[in-house]
Design a protein around this ligand. Structure first.
Ligand code: FES
Length: 147
């Protein structure tokens, strides 16, 4: 069901932990499955992401996508980090089963939330960045979904 890369990142998550006095912190939840992901970014004065850590209270796929997402944004500038979409995270993991696609959305949203926090603290605007949701289903119509 899971690719080797997903299993590897689940069993050996990269960048797990937290950053004290982070430049930006973002937390996003998914009320339907109850999973929560938090991303910490350490961004230098040139806008480069020097360090990134995550804490995920969630399923194995959420842990694997957080781990991969942190690897993908590390060393990038904020604009490049915006390109780390859930699609990019899934591709880097060689795919996720369809019922687990929403887990990768948490990773994208948590990064955006952390960037939003950073932008707000520094009074800057990041192109393409919209106010993050605190829950990935926020604003959606109630729909039937299976987990
Ligand atoms: Fe909810 Fe994976 S994030 S089941």
């Amino acid at each position: 069901m899971y690719t080797e890369k997903v299993m590897d990142h689940f069993q050996h998550p990269r960048n797990m932990g937290e950053i004290e006095n982070a430049s930006g912190v973002g937390t996003v939840g998914n009320a339907k499955c109850g999973d929560i992901m938090r991303i910490y970014l350490d961004i230098d004065k040139d806008g480069i992401i020097q360090d990134v850590k995550f804490k995920t209270f969630g399923c194995g796929a959420a842990v694997a996508t957080s781990s991969m997402a942190t690897e993908l944004v590390k060393g990038k500038n904020v604009q490049e980090a915006m390109k780390v979409t859930n699609q990019a995270v899934m591709e880097a993991l060689d795919g996720l089963p369809p019922v687990k696609v929403h887990c990768s959305l948490l990773a994208e949203e948590a990064i955006h939330a952390a960037l939003w926090d950073y932008a707000g603290k520094n009074g800057i605007t990041i192109e393409g960045l919209e106010k993050p949701k605190s829950d990935i289903h926020e604003g959606e119509e109630e729909e039937e979904e299976e987990y």
